[in-house]
Design a protein around this ligand. Structure first.
Ligand SMILES: Nc1nc2c(ncn2[C@@H]2O[C@H](COP(=O)(O)OP(=O)(O)O)[C@@H](O)[C@H]2O)c(=O)[nH]1
Ligand SMILES: [Mg+2]
Length: 308
């Protein structure tokens, strides 16, 4: 990851600055993306109840009084069943090396399981720079917290173990402070007004994908991918026209995403639009279409085209 540290000298104020990288890792659905949003205080990445929602190593930047932390949100580490799954694991594994701190997120409410042990084994060589974050404590009574912390402590020799609720914000400030403390001296990697390396097109596509997958059942969410085709100026200055395509893997899924008389597709657009308008700072005219990209999860060329 150090190879990407290309923005040296962006802000040469002469002051002694500290900066570094912190990867957020764990099995799927433990709350990694929710934690990233809480740590930087901006709803940067989508979070849903569907496992494997995150498909990229998204960087979210915390600017904190002379300290810059570049957080890397990662796909959940899991037993892959598809080529997409393999690539997601690869992305997450790559995020383990060359970072200053690792945040190992565990779902304290559902208990430690084999998925967590699998991740803990990968983290073992980095335990001394790993902060174990026991998440979802809002769903645990006080009495159940201690056993949860104990179970996580038995997974490895972690530098710290912190109970949090990424959703309510409880304990997040403690995690933020522990991470900020560990940042070495270094130049800022991003200008002060930039909070991510994601393009605007990608962020828009993610908002559409979020709205699509929360409406789908079973395996359909995993079959959905979204690309923004183009952003065009509208008829007036305060309107942007967004053309985007929702890809599915099987012909039968087209109808599922479109819904009866297009009702579902309309709902996806209606609910994604406010967030897209906030991102663009204009009103938005959203034109969505649904296309079949047959078996894309197992097709290297299709995966490349979709950016995975
Ligand atoms: N009760 C509770 N739910 C949470 C918390 N953090 C995340 N979640 C939920 O857990 C699910 C997965 O969260 P997400 O951040 O997408 O997990 P990821 O797959 O690890 O990135 C979502 O439905 C979140 O709303 C928490 O602190 N408490
Ligand atoms: Mg995620």
């Amino acid at each position: 990851m150090t190879a990407d540290r290309g923005a040296d000298g962006v802000l040469d104020t002469g002051a002694r600055l500290r900066s570094g990288f912190c990867s957020i890792v764990g099995r799927p659905n433990v709350g990694k993306s929710t934690l990233l949003n809480a740590l930087i205080g901006v709803p940067l990445v989508i979070t849903t109840p569907v496992p494997q929602t995150t498909r990229h190593a998204v960087r979210g930047v915390l600017h904190d009084d002379g300290v810059q932390v570049v957080f890397v949100d990662t796909p959940g580490l899991h037993k892959a069943r598809t080529l997409l799954g393999d690539r997601l694991n690869e992305v997450a594994r790559d995020a383990l090396s060359d970072v200053d701190v690792l945040a190992f997120v565990v779902d304290g409410a559902s208990g430690v399981g084999r998925g967590d042990e699998f991740v803990a084994d990968l983290l073992a060589p980095h335990a001394d720079r790993t902060i174990a974050v026991v998440n979802k404590i809002d769903r645990l009574g006080t009495a159940a917290q201690l056993p949860a912390l104990d179970a996580v402590s038995r997974l490895g020799d972690w530098a710290e173990i912190v109970p949090v609720s990424a959703q309510s914000g409880d304990g997040v400030e403690i995690v933020r402070r522990l991470i900020v403390e560990r940042m070495p001296e270094g130049p800022p990697y991003f200008p002060p007004d930039q909070i991510t390396d994601q393009t605007i097109e990608h962020r828009i596509a993610e908002r559409i994908r979020e709205q699509a997958i929360i409406r789908m059942r079973e395996d359909v969410p995993h079959s959905v991918a979204v690309l923004v085709d183009e952003l065009l100026p509208g008829t007036s200055d305060d309107v942007t026209v967004v053309h985007a395509t929702i890809f599915v893997e099987r012909d039968s899924q087209k109808g599922i995403v479109i819904g009866r008389r297009g009702a579902l597709l309309r709902d996806i657009g209606t609910d994604a639009r406010p967030e897209i308008e906030r991102l663009l700072g204009t009103r938005v005219y959203l034109e969505l279409r649904v296309k079949l990209l047959k078996d894309w999860q197992g097709d290297p060329r299709a995966l490349n085209r979709l950016g995975y």
